[in-house]
Design a protein. Structure first.
Length: 239
């Protein structure tokens, strides 16, 4: 029986959630059959009923319900040890945890300030008011105010990416010769930007750019199989 994965779905089938991409790629890496169930951003009721919390991804494996992309990765590694390793050993798991925390605390904050005013348009029209209200409550200001200095935030984001650029100039993947979970964590950030805003955050021809191209080609191009940022803004803006 396949694992069932619940993930966010956006406008016209887009998959804009970075955390869901971590789990999608982890499942592909482990070669585990999976059934995907899309849920909208505003559909917290379905998520809470299933898992007693508000966030996706969620995976259901038999009678087990696991939430949080990191917890899911650890579960998959422990439950399916005969399949390809996500971490390359216990030491690799600890390093991947560092990468996970670093990515969330160093890469996400400036990227949110680059993309969130535009991110509305890759969501289902029925989710835009929910997204605006919830994120503006976090920022304490409108999305437009929060994203009013994109050049400043892009400079901060590029500075945070400097260790990645240097590392990926020396090796093909963060995992070495082939990708590991740390690659999926960091790639999810660039996939989030790629699908969720019109701004290109990776310099063409850079080591990061070449790595992102390699990541997009993994697993028969699954990360490149969904629509990108909308060419035209349609529907309500969530006000």
């Amino acid at each position: 029986m396949s694992i069932v994965m619940y993930e966010r779905v956006g406008f016209e089938g887009r998959r804009p959630s970075p955390f869901s991409w971590r789990t999608r790629l982890a499942l592909a890496h482990k070669e585990i059959p999976v059934e995907f169930v899309p849920v909208r951003f505003a559909d917290e009721g379905t998520i809470v009923k299933l898992s007693d919390q508000r966030f996706v991804p969620i995976v259901v494996d038999g009678d087990r319900v696991i939430s949080d992309s990191w917890n899911i990765a650890v579960y998959l590694e422990a439950t399916y040890p005969a399949r390809p390793s996500l971490f390359g050993g216990s030491g690799g798991e600890k390093v991947s945890r560092l990468v996970n925390i670093w990515s969330d605390t160093s890469l996400h904050p400036p990227l949110r300030r680059i993309m969130f005013a535009d991110f509305l348009w890759c969501l289902d029209p029925g989710d835009r008011a929910y997204f605006r209200k919830s994120r503006e409550a976090e920022f304490g200001m409108s999305l437009e105010e929060a994203c009013s200095s994109p050049g400043k935030w892009l400079e901060l984001f590029e500075g945070a990416c400097a260790p990645l650029e240097k590392t990926l100039g020396e090796q093909a993947f963060l995992g070495g010769e082939s990708p590991l979970y740390s690659d999926y964590v960091v790639f999810s950030v660039f996939q989030w930007a790629r699908l969720g805003c019109p701004t290109e955050v990776v310099r063409s021809g850079s080591a990061l750019w070449r790595w992102r191209e390699r990541m997009l080609s993994l697993f028969n191009g699954v990360a490149d199989a969904f629509p990108g940022y909308p060419k035209e803004k349609t529907g309500t803006d969530g006000r």
